[in-house]
Design a protein around this ligand. Structure first.
Ligand code: UTP
Length: 275
């Protein structure tokens, strides 16, 4: 029922300079797999196998990663090294990959609007692949959210509780708990100071959006940092209809920051690599 997933990957990744000067941050490897591949695997597991990327200049490596590399594959065909390609071949066999560009970094809301033609008039997932999400039982965060969508049929944002000193880095929600871990959103603030935050429930990089969000974004003026904020559009959607916030089961690593990236690397190496 939800088939498509958008990956906004146009950001500059300035927190990872100089590594990201000529390489997209989404291609940084957590152990032996680029960040973006973890996100795509999570989407495909949830049944979202039509993958759309909103890219920018300097991001060609992402398109190449999801395409065949003839010379390399010819070279290692039939050798013991071929198995190293199995995870990406599996992803390529299951998914389709489309690309569009965001001409200028005008904010996450704008990036999603640029993806409109890839999505059309249907509900879709959004993954910010610098948030790496892992679960112990293999039930991915997007899979959890797709099940909720089937029940409630409205936009859903994934949230987690964050300590006070980190609140200013996130969009934060306020809402009415309708069942354990599920809130009907009635307020949202982008990157508030801790004292102004409506709660400690921070939005992380997983969303299910209904397609009316595109028109709402078109009518959303630039907000914080003069960028078109998805949070502002979601607040309009929440006020006129329904947006749910879901406290997901699992762990999330902020791989857009150096410390989160190192934590993710250690976790994946110790718990997931080679299993
Ligand atoms: P971030 O602000 O975390 O990513 O945006 P960034 O700008 O790449 O990183 P820093 O802060 O400079 O280190 C969250 C996500 O939204 C995408 C980014 O690619 C990232 O995945 N994004 C953000 C866009 O695609 N376009 C935008 O205009 C803004």
């Amino acid at each position: 029922m939800i088939r498509k997933c958008l990956f906004p990957v146009a950001g500059y990744g300035t927190r990872f300079l100089p590594a990201t000067k000529s390489m997209p941050k989404e291609m940084l490897p957590v152990v032996n797999k680029p960040l973006v591949q973890y996100g795509v695997e999570e989407a495909i597991e949830a049944g979202l196998d039509e993958i759309g990327f909103v890219t920018g200049r300097g991001k060609r490596a992402i398109a190449d990663h999801f395409d065949v590399s003839y010379e390399l594959e010819h070279q290692i065909a039939g050798t013991s090294k071929e198995e190293y390609l199995s995870s990406i071949r599996n992803v390529m066999a299951k998914g389709s990959f489309s690309f569009t560009r965001q001409p200028s970094m005008a904010g996450l809301g704008d990036a999603i609007l640029q993806g409109r033609r890839l999505i059309g008039d249907e509900p879709f997932g959004v993954v910010l692949s610098d948030d790496l999400c892992v679960t112990e039982d293999g039930d991915g965060v997007l899979s959890q959210m797709v099940r909720l969508y089937k029940q409630f049929r409205c936009s859903i944002v994934a949230v987690q509780e964050v300590p006070e000193e980190d609140i200013h880095k996130f969009g934060v929600i306020a809402g009415e708990q309708i069942k354990t871990g599920l809130y009907q959103v009635n307020d949202m603030v982008e990157k508030p100071e801790a004292k102004d935050a409506p709660s400690n429930l921070a939005i992380i990089g997983r969303y299910i959006l209904t397609p009316d969000i595109f028109t709402i974004i078109e009518n959303t003026p630039p907000g914080k940092n003069n960028e078109v904020q998805l949070t502002d559009a979601l607040l309009s959607q929440a006020k006129d209809g329904c947006v749910l916030a879901y406290k997901f089961k699992g762990k999330r690593f902020d791989c857009g920051s150096v410390s989160g990236f190192v934590d993710a690397t250690n976790y994946v190496y110790e718990n997931l690599y080679g299993k």
